[in-house]
Design a protein around this ligand. Structure first.
Ligand SMILES: Cc1cc2nc3c(=O)[nH]c(=O)nc-3n(C[C@H](O)[C@H](O)[C@H](O)COP(=O)(O)OP(=O)(O)OC[C@H]3O[C@@H](n4cnc5c(N)ncnc54)[C@H](O)[C@@H]3O)c2cc1C
Length: 445
């Protein structure tokens, strides 16, 4: 347990939402003895969908920087490429359909990873179970859907109201409640267009295949490693999870009219998928026919122009998808929630009293907003690139090869310790300014 400073006052922090971001933050804050945490989760338990998740090198480093216990937990359940010879290959990008006289299956690019760029994948449910085990039972409240927030300034407390009528209070509230965040409405104002998720024009069919069936269908090399099948207005990716026992599949398509109607997650209709990918080759057809646990997801993100993650009057701050949800084409959203948790847990840990909360929030924002805007911007672009649709690149595979792994390397190679140092320096400056403002100025006559 880290003791932040010699003289600290107890601070209690409420976390709304126990997804990857909220759980990681709580595990980071546990290391600071003067900070007490409570997590309020709308669901009856911590939960993640049965699908795979990709973590870049930055995300994996963030885990251990938040708390070494997260890094150790992830190491227990993560999966690398099945073949040692492929461990340093980002993805094998190949044509999913015949294109410009070249048949489906033609290799396009196999970017190689540097020594600090290795990444891995996991079954989401396995990762959330590992995180949940690091959270003491007594700090978690389930079935608590936040509906209201007010501030009692006289007592310096933020009051939370939940859908079941129960209320709680805390010194500060961190909104980790995902892309459809209620907390964001309290930061930006309900009805603010910037608070609304934006449909990206893409959707995803997701599913899993037992590895033995996948190998029988498409062979061991593709099934056990990371492959991306490129096509016009659609692409599909596969990677192994669960120690190589399961193959994860995501196939992205593009809406004809740019619209998404109804629920964000729907049961998948096989005939829709067959129609969307009718031009794709044999390997993809076999993969699609074997998918189990299938869902059909509309892909939404948030505006990069959200002006702030903070409501100062409510002592409320956003983290993860509630602040900066991005399109998933770089496999980076959960990694950004982990980076947030790294910076925020340590700047909050540096608070000596409740008076330091706002400088800590501002310090967090000063490094997290530029970084997450970058990831959001390139998340959308990557979707268009992989669908052979980005202006100036299109289906020119030579040009595509040059840019396919460009900005992603900037995401992986971020120096997260330097980012924390920047945030801590900013916090010191703000605290010094606040202290100076409190010190009576002696006037010389
Ligand atoms: C198709 C697809 C593929 C993806 N693939 C990847 C990938 O490979 N790699 C990657 O890094 N990212 C990926 N992402 C993004 C990633 O899933 C998210 O960025 C990440 O899950 C966000 O975590 P979070 O904790 O911020 O939010 P969430 O995981 O959404 O968690 C929010 C939590 O808050 C709870 N909650 C919501 N409202 C309330 C309320 N009012 N009161 C209390 N609790 C509430 C919810 O029940 C939930 O538990 C993908 C996303 C999609 C859509």
């Amino acid at each position: 347990m880290v003791s932040a400073q010699d003289e600290t006052e107890p601070i209690n922090v409420a976390i709304i939402g126990g997804g990857i971001g909220g759980l990681a933050l709580s595990i980071g804050l546990q290391q600071y003895s003067h900070i007490s945490v409570r997590i309020f989760e709308a669901a009856p338990q911590f939960f993640e969908i049965g699908a795979g998740v990709f973590f870049g090198a930055n995300a994996i480093r963030a885990m251990s920087l938040i708390n070494p216990a997260i890094g150790e937990a992830y190491a227990r359940i993560s999966t690398t490429a099945g073949w040692e010879s492929k461990e340093d290959t980002y993805f094998d990008f190949i044509l999913g359909q015949d294109l410009n006289g070249q048949p489906a299956g033609t290799p396009v690019s196999s970017p190689q990873l540097g020594p600090h760029e290795r990444h891995s994948t996991a079954h989401r449910a396995h990762f959330i179970d590992e995180l949940a085990q690091l959270v003491p039972e007594e700090i978690a409240e389930f079935g608590k859907r936040l509906v209201g927030l007010t501030r009692d300034e006289s007592r310096g407390r933020t009051l939370m109201k939940f859908a079941d009528g129960v209320t709680y209070e805390a010194d500060a509230v961190i909104g980790c409640d995902g892309i459809r965040s209620v907390c964001r409405d309290f930061v930006l104002g309900k009805g603010n267009p910037l608070a609304q998720p934006v449909y990206t024009g893409k959707y995803a069919y997701r599913g899993l295949i037992p590895m033995d069936k996948a190998i029988a269908a498409i062979g061991e090399e593709k099934a056990r490693n990371r492959y991306m099948f490129l096509g016009k207005k659609g692409h599909a990716l596969i990677f192994p999870i669960a120690g190589g026992k399961i193959m994860n599949v995501v196939a992205f398509g593009t809406s004809k009219d740019g619209k998404w109607e109804g629920n964000w997650i729907k049961p998948m209709k096989r005939e829709d998928m067959e129609q969307d990918f009718r031009d794709f080759g044999d390997d993809c057809q076999k993969i699609f026919s074997l998918m189990e646990n299938t869902d059909h997801w509309g892909i939404f993100d948030l505006s990069q122009d959200i002006p702030t993650f903070t409501s100062e009057p409510l002592r409320l701050l956003l983290l993860g998808d509630s602040a900066h949800a991005c399109a998933p084409h770089q496999g980076a959203g959960a990694g950004q929630a982990l980076e947030d948790a790294h910076i925020l847990s340590h700047v909050l840990g540096g608070c000596r009293s409740k008076d330091d909360l706002l400088p800590a929030f501002a310090a967090y924002e000063s490094v997290r907003r530029p970084r997450t805007r970058f990831v959001q911007h390139y998340g959308r672009r990557q979707g268009e690139l992989l669908d052979l649709h980005w202006p100036g690149v299109g289906d020119d595979l030579g040009r595509l090869r040059q840019v396919i792994d460009g900005p992603i390397r900037d995401i992986w190679n971020c120096d997260l310790e330097a980012e924390l140092a920047k945030a801590q320096t900013r916090m010191k400056e703000l605290l010094a300014e606040a202290d100076a403002a409190k010190t009576p100025v002696s006037v010389e006559h």
